[in-house]
Write a protein that binds this ligand. Structure first.
Ligand SMILES: CC(C)(COP(=O)(O)OP(=O)(O)OC[C@H]1O[C@@H](n2cnc3c(N)ncnc32)[C@H](O)[C@@H]1OP(=O)(O)O)[C@@H](O)C(=O)NCCC(=O)NCCS
Length: 248
């Protein structure tokens, strides 16, 4: 019975918070659009020009909405304390509070991912959102992927590049448990497109992870190394160092 109560409250709180966040994010875009509609210049134009001006105001209105949603969503998760806990192991079937609280953070992130990330991933706006939503990210970082979650568990140094469709998050589900861990990418690390980086990975500065590679959880990658394959192995022609991923 208590479990049902927890689930109902979780769904209800997600619904209430996301309705407020979405509603207040739409508001400035709506006001902007109605201003354009009633603008004397718009109204004084020929019949073909008027709908053209209104239609062209849609993209700026969407931009206003996107910025407002990023700010409000990140602000709401921060003040509500919706974050991923470090080194946790929650049994899915128990649906305990820490797991449900974490699911609210995931849901908030998902809404911004769908409504903003689809258009703006790889742009500075997307990096900015991840930073506001808890990630520690250096300068000149480009993230061309939507499969990046548990932002407060991520630490990226200056110049990190994350390729298209990389999966990198601070959680994994194994054997009925949700497990969490931090992921650190040092300065100048590149993660090749389509790769998967597990929880607890620590990649040294300048290291490159090849396209379509899998870096197992808790791996430590040497600085400057080039790692490829499934599981990722270090290319032997690199500077002296371990010939394979060191599992810490
Ligand atoms: C890993 C990478 C950086 C290596 O580039 P490189 O140093 O020029 O190495 P090479 O292309 O000479 O390849 C060296 C060896 O690694 C192998 N290799 C390269 N990339 C690989 C990959 N992703 N998976 C498996 N093997 C790979 C090559 O087949 C070659 O093997 P061989 O010596 O047996 O012939 C590059 O191949 C790569 O995957 N880049 C990803 C770029 C990317 O996705 N960027 C994201 C933004 S678009």
């Amino acid at each position: 019975m208590a479990r049902i109560g927890r689930v109902v409250w979780t769904i209800l709180s997600i619904f209430i918070v996301q309705s407020l966040v979405f509603g207040f994010a739409v508001l400035p875009a709506f006001l902007f659009w109605s201003f354009i509609q009633h603008w004397p210049l718009t109204r004084s134009q020929e019949s073909v020009i008027e709908p053209a001006i209104i239609a062209m105001s849609l993209v700026p209105a969407y931009l206003v909405f996107a910025v407002a949603l990023i700010l409000l969503s990140a602000w709401s998760t921060r003040i509500l304390g919706w974050r991923t806990a470090d080194a946790a192991a929650w049994r899915l079937a128990d649906l305990e509070w820490p797991l449900l609280k974490w699911s609210r953070y995931m849901m908030s992130t998902h809404m911004v991912r769908v409504l903003v990330g689809t258009v703006f991933r790889s742009s500075p706006l997307w990096t900015w959102y991840l930073r506001l939503n808890g990630a520690r990210i250096g300068k000149g970082v480009y993230i061309n992927s939507l499969s990046i979650s548990d932002h407060n568990m991520l630490e990226f140094g200056d110049g990190v590049v994350i390729g298209e469709n990389v999966h990198l998050s601070g959680h994994t589900v194994e054997g009925g448990f949700v497990k969490t861990g931090r992921v650190r990418l040092g300065r100048g690390v590149t993660v090749g497109l389509g790769s998967m980086v597990g929880i607890g990975v620590d990649a040294g500065a300048g290291c490159q992870i090849g396209a379509l590679s899998v870096v197992p959880k808790h791996s430590v990658l040497a600085p400057g190394g080039v790692y490829v394959g499934v599981p990722a192995r270090r290319l032997e022609r690199d500077a002296p160092g371990p010939s394979a991923v060191e599992v810490g």
